[in-house]
Design a protein around this ligand. Structure first.
Ligand code: NAP
Length: 249
């Protein structure tokens, strides 16, 4: 197997479960060393760290709240001290707090914006310094089809994911001249704990809209991350790649 990311150091936020975990494993399969964060699942993080190390790459999990501005600087400083450099950052950490607008509380709105959108600002701002120095970097933001088309009951989540797309395009414009690329991935319906929480009739509604007639897997998203992280996409920046089984077609 050709290892597209041999010797690359990558950070994935929120990798203890779901899509983030899948991204960590597939990046490691492609030769990347993996730094990752978690918040409330220390055992799962420890398991992942061991599994990644067993694949022959350097790996370390850091407990770090992506929504905390000051935590981002500490995190990136620690990663540079442990790994030496950082070429790839995947802003993946995310939550849902679904409710109809009529019932949505200010806390539900703020929590989702802080965890999903402000986290990308926090981490990207902190990682740009070492990337600017190295004149190399690929930042990948995990948005959602919901950020492109909206979804009833998810006004907070849709706003955060649409915000990530505007953020991605702006960062791409600002950092392109320094050889730092920034792209977003908009996954569709991916089978993780996040979607397991949905009502069965809503899951069926989502599935019915997918031309490929199946939900996606974390690995489906991870393969797109490998592409955007590697030199295979060296002339691609400021784009949104839909990984959705054709849902938005
Ligand atoms: P998930 O299974 O619920 O996993 C969420 C991950 O984020 C966990 O590892 C969790 O860590 C971490 N996390 C949550 N809040 C955090 C914080 N403040 N700081 C650091 N880490 C935090 O979700 P998922 O389905 O894998 O989703 C991953 C990303 O893909 C999210 O951004 C989501 O919006 C996006 N997405 C998912 C789908 C889908 O269908 N599943 C579709 C489109 C987009 P702990 O467990 O350690 O707290």
């Amino acid at each position: 197997m050709i290892k597209l990311l041999n010797g690359t150091n990558a950070l994935i936020t929120g990798a203890s479960r779901g899509i983030g975990r899948g991204i960590a494993l597939v990046l490691a399969q492609n030769g990347a060393n993996v730094a990752f964060t978690y918040l409330s699942s220390p055992e799962k993080a420890q398991e992942l760290e061991k599994e990644l190390q067993g694949m022959g790459v350097k790996a370390k999990g850091y407990k770090s709240d992506a929504s905390e501005f000051s935590a981002a600087d500490t995190l990136i400083t620690n990663i540079i001290a442990d790994f030496g450099s950082l070429e790839v950052v995947v802003n993946n950490a995310g939550i849902t707090r679904d409710n109809l607008l009529m019932r949505m509380s200010e806390e539900q709105f703020d929590e989702v914006i802080r965890t999903n959108l402000k986290s990308a600002f926090n981490i990207t701002k902190a990682c740009q310094r070492p990337m600017l120095k190295a004149r190399k970097g690929s930042i990948i933001n995990i948005s959602s089809v919901v950020g492109v088309k909206g979804n009833a009951g998810q006004a907070n989540y849709a706003a955060s994911k649409a915000g990530m797309i505007g953020f991605t395009k702006s960062v791409a414009l600002e950092l392109g001249s320094r050889n730092i690329r920034c792209n977003a991935i908009a996954p569709g319906f991916i089978e993780t704990e996040m979607t397991a929480a949905l009502a069965p009739d809503m899951v069926q509604q989502w599935r019915d809209q997918i031309p490929l007639k199946r939900g996606g897997t974390p690995e489906d998203v991870a393969q797109a991350v490998v592409f955007l992280a590697s030199d295979m996409s060296s002339y691609i920046t400021g784009q949104v790649l839909n990984v959705d089984g054709g849902m938005l077609t």
